[in-house]
Write a protein that binds this ligand. Structure first.
Ligand SMILES: [Zn+2]
Length: 423
């Protein structure tokens, strides 16, 4: 089976379907139109011979099983492996009327997008590395939505491959497509029990070879400043204005600990919302760090800044209340090192050099990991996501399909190896 035309055809077909999600919607999915793609995938899975494919009629999740080909006694000892991609596209750029363009046999140079010649994808090292492949873009008036339809196309093409190769050895494979990842709600109604995988991989990463096995630890601090108000005309010796204390507190944030001065594995403190009056003020601060110790140190620092502010502004009480938002999925994945190691081997066997990537944010996989489904993220190949200059190469998607197919085979071959860390 030739992979390239299959995976490119799927991406082009899925990308043309508008599945943009919406911020600040209470219902999930946030937009009804995500069902259009969900239903199409359901039908397509059934046409490929998947008998248990189902659609969550309320929330739009699609689940399916590719049955094991191993004899039952062998299959029982092999973990069930999941693959997950998201249906929706980013709310930040229009996803209505996407007209995918396939630039066949890319020969180098800039790519001018035909629908808006002002939109030009400049040749860079990444694009140059894809010379000879087909490059898929939008026409320049919308995003492409390869984030994450490249991931869906790769998983669906792997399903087609598996169903066409009943003689290939594999354990049980589970597949799921989820709504509303881009608005942070992709896992809200994910049926971990019903999905029935021992662990899973989201196929939602960019650069070829990328495996994300870490996210930030994330906390939010609410800092309150309590002063004393009175009529300003008669305030001498009485008024204690909380706003000056808040301003002073803000001035104490270390320069080298801000989002605008940090990158890579550095964490940050980020004041992002401030309100109040003379009587009281309230500041919200994001705390981010990859390490638990770094996180604790940042919380302690906010406490010191509060104490310093109280000394400087007698009569003002400064309170700091910290709550957890999400945790680094490495806490979970670290207990299952083979999940990531096997993905690295699957990539090497697909001709890809794997590298680990720490995500400076949270992911659906991180939430799933803490819901009992360890889930690192694998590359799907998309570049410049959430923009009109989004693109993906056919070669990257072929390599994503090969990685997925290799993973199923590797787990079938090695999944029931003895040892303390079976999974
Ligand atoms: Zn994505």
């Amino acid at each position: 089976m030739e992979i390239k035309p299959k995976v490119v055809e799927r991406l082009v077909r899925y990308a043309a379907i508008d599945t943009q999600s919406k911020e600040e919607e209470l219902r999930i999915p946030s937009t009804e139109k995500q069902f259009t793609l969900a239903r199409l995938l359901l039908e397509e899975l059934r046409a490929l011979g998947i008998t248990d494919a189902r659609l969550d009629p309320e929330h739009g999740y699609v689940y399916a099983t590719v049955p094991a080909t191993l004899p039952p006694d062998e299959a029982a000892g092999v973990p069930a492996v999941g693959f997950i991609a998201h249906l929706d596209t980013s709310p930040s750029v229009s996803g209505t009327g996407v007209r995918p363009v396939v630039h066949e046999n890319y020969a180098g140079g800039d790519l001018v997008l035909p629908g808006d010649p002002a939109q030009v994808i400049r040749e860079n090292d990444v694009l140059q590395s894809q010379i000879g492949a087909d490059i898929v873009t939008s026409d320049g008036t919308t995003l492409l939505g390869a984030d994450d339809k490249a991931g869906i196309a790769a998983i669906m093409t792997a399903v087609e491959y598996w169903m066409a190769h009943p003689g290939a050895r594999r354990g049980t494979i589970r597949v799921a497509f989820t709504p509303d990842e881009e608005v942070g709600n992709g896992t809200a109604f994910f049926d971990v029990q019903g999905f029935g995988a021992d662990f899973a991989y989201t196929v939602d990463g960019g650069e070829i070879g990328e495996i994300s096995d870490e996210t930030f630890h994330a906390q939010t601090a609410v800092v309150t400043f309590a002063g004393r108000n009175t009529h300003p005309g008669y305030a001498k010796g009485i008024l204690v204005n909380s706003l000056y204390a808040a301003g002073h507190f803000l001035s104490l944030f270390p320069e080298g600990m801000k989002p605008e001065t940090t990158e890579g594995r550095e964490g940050y403190l980020h004041p992002h919302d401030l309100g109040g009056n003379e009587e009281s003020a309230r500041l919200k601060v994001l705390l981010r760090d990859f390490e638990a110790e770094g996180m604790a140190a940042k919380g302690a620092l906010l406490g010191e800044m509060a104490a310093e502010t109280e000394r400087r502004f007698p009569g003002v009480t400064v309170g700091v209340e910290i709550t957890d938002s999400y945790r680094n999925m490495k806490e979970v994945l670290g207990r299952h090192p083979r999940v990531v190691a096997m993905a690295e081997e699957a990539m090497r066997q697909a001709g890809v050099t794997p590298f680990r990537h720490a995500v400076r944010g949270g992911t659906d996989g991180a939430r799933l990991s803490f819901m009992g489904l360890p889930t690192p993220n694998l590359f799907a190949g998309m570049q410049n996501p959430h923009s009109k200059l989004e693109w993906v190469s056919s070669r990257a998607m072929e390599q994503a399909v090969a990685t997925i197919v290799n993973l199923a085979r590797l787990w079938a071959e090695n999944g029931n190896a003895p040892g303390p860390d079976r999974v």
